[in-house]
Design a protein around this ligand. Structure first.
Ligand code: NAP
Length: 510
């Protein structure tokens, strides 16, 4: 009989869970600095995609508990604002050190709950620590400006100070694919800028973020400023319309993002949504580089990345050669159990996801695409796949793949790729492989995406460059410093200098 997969954690995390009689850890929620179980009898099983077994459980918060979390966050606003900025930064620095201290717990949990290969799990933890350490850079955006009034007759004799203030309560809702990094990239700038937070992470893999909350608690975040509710997507219906919430910072699918936009009412929205990342490979490209990077862009994190390369468009004259190189490269991406250190492609998040990807690949084959590698799944393990000569009528030409599939389409020229890109509902990421300066520039200017990378796969690492989508891929930009802009608002304070004798003769304006 196979040994049961168990989630083991160091003593430091003892306050945030208990073990059920069957030995499975049952995690608490955090409201007002207290870790507790929901009164709801409904629990959510956290399955590992490794073998589908339950590795943990979380509460499904009640509406009352969600509303209490918001109330507490609302009432805790002065607590965070009264901490001098430098002390807030010190809290994050301490948190970074604590994460490194308990790194193994984070890596193990990410591997089990999200099915990430060890190297990817370590990369995610590293990126979170880097983001914490770069809070000094984030803090640089919490300045304001001085505007002299004497450039306009109307404002002569006045000056204005434009200051940046926290918005208030930020609701952070995050997806399953980077359960630690994406959520922390919302929570860190929100708190740093002086906001309070209610966070709801994906119910697919909610545990790692609870470990992160325990770290922030230990690092000194005041009780009530960061509150964590666990539960299914329906919690969004209690969080999003609540009038005490000033901003929603959401990352997830376009469909849920659209629903949030409809129900949010008058609040700040930052929506990071789905994508259909396009790679364009031109005839003069370094085909070895392009094949290597397109495979990485398609298979990394089992393709479960919003910025994954999800369609490769190659000019006909080099398409066969490129496809051969891609198939060779895919062989280097061993797939299987993520606990095996040589594995680079683990399982996808759940069986439904594997079946959805299967549907996309089968549809492409039925419509004339050629399967060059993979093309099937067992349980949550989707074999890294290559489909070639995919016609535009195939669903996978337009729908987000979110699985380990290299989808190759033939184009006549970069103009055709640009036209296809224009028809896409998404506008998140893209890349082009060429050595022709004018073509790279033409494509970069004409593609309707938030980012264009030249001669590499789209990768955003710690978020040093701003990142976000256009069209149905979202609203707003994330990144070191840029996230602060999203989580703050400007206030203009105007000084009339007349009492100082610096005014002007009274004038009447219509
Ligand atoms: P999802 O199904 O949209 O879920 C995202 C989050 O929203 C989860 O926490 C989910 O909770 C919650 N949710 C579900 N229904 C909700 C509702 N009615 N109101 C409020 N929240 C609700 O997305 P996912 O499957 O986790 O993640 C994959 C998607 O995220 C892909 O489309 C990907 O492209 C996108 N993504 C975008 C970016 C970006 O930066 N643009 C980055 C990463 C991922 P439950 O899990 O409990 O249902």
């Amino acid at each position: 009989m196979q040994e049961r997969i168990g989630l083991k954690l160091g003593e430091f995390f003892d306050p945030i869970y208990t073990r059920d009689p069957d030995g499975i850890p049952f995690f608490k929620m955090l409201i007002n600095g207290e870790w507790f179980f929901s009164v709801s009898k409904k629990m959510i099983d956290v399955d590992t995609p490794i073998d589908g077994s339950v590795i943990a459980r979380v509460s499904n918060a009640t509406r009352d508990e969600v509303e209490r979390a918001i109330e507490v966050a609302y009432g805790s606003k002065p607590k965070i604002r009264n901490i001098p900025g430098i002390e807030r930064i010190m809290i994050f620095e301490k948190a970074a050190h604590l994460i490194m201290k308990y790194k193994d717990d984070f890596v193990r949990t990410l591997m089990l709950e999200a099915g990430k290969p060890k190297r990817d799990a370590e990369g995610e933890v590293r990126a979170t620590v880097d983001r914490l350490m770069l809070t000094m850079e984030e803090a640089r955006k919490i300045f304001g400006e001085y505007i002299p009034g004497d450039w306009s007759d109307d404002t002569t004799g006045k000056i204005a100070l434009v200051i940046r203030e926290p918005v208030g309560v930020v609701v952070a809702i995050s997806p399953f694919n980077y359960p630690l990094y994406i959520a922390s990239a919302k929570i860190i700038p929100a708190l740093l800028a002086g906001n309070t937070v209610v966070s709801k992470q994906s119910s697919e893999d909610p545990i790692t973020l609870l470990l992160f909350a325990r770290i922030l608690e230990e690092a000194g975040i005041p009780p009530g400023t960061l509150n964590m509710v666990t539960g299914s997507g329906e919690l969004g219906d209690y969080l999003v319309p609540n009038e005490k919430v000033a901003a929603i910072n959401f990352t997830g699918s376009t469909n849920v993002g659209r629903r949030i936009a409809k129900t949010a009412g008058l609040k700040k929205l930052h929506l990071e949504l789905g994508g259909k990342g396009m790679a364009i490979v031109l005839e003069d490209a370094d085909l070895d580089l392009a094949a290597k990077r397109c495979v990485e862009g398609s298979l990394k994190n089992a393709g479960q990345r919003c910025d994954a390369i999800s369609a490769v468009m190659v000019v006909e004259s080099v398409a066969d050669e490129f496809a051969r190189k891609v198939v060779d490269e895919v062989r280097n991406w061993k797939h299987g159990d993520p606990r095996d250190p040589s594995v680079k492609v683990g399982p996808v998040i759940n069986l439904v996801a594997a079946q959805r990807i299967q549907g996309l690949v089968d549809d492409a084959k039925e419509k004339g695409a050629r399967l060059l590698a993979g093309g099937s799944h067992k349980d949550c393990y989707f074999v890294p796949s290559v489909i070639y000569d995919v016609p535009l009528v195939a669903r996978i030409a337009w729908e987000e793949t979110f699985g380990p599939v290299v989808t190759i389409m033939k184009i006549k020229s970069e103009d055709e790729a640009i036209e296809i890109g224009k028809k896409s509902r998404y506008g998140l990421d893209s890349c082009i492989f060429t050595n022709n300066f004018y073509k790279m520039w033409k494509v970069a200017k004409r593609l309707e995406t938030g980012e264009v990378t030249i001669n590499d796969l789209p990768r955003h690492g710690v978020g040093y460059f701003p990142f976000g989508g256009s069209k149905e891929s979202g609203i707003g930009r994330e990144g070191i410093g840029y996230s602060i802009e999203e989580m703050t608002q400007l206030k203009t304070i105007i000084f009339n200098l007349e009492p100082a004798g610096l005014g002007k003769a009274k004038k009447v304006y219509l």
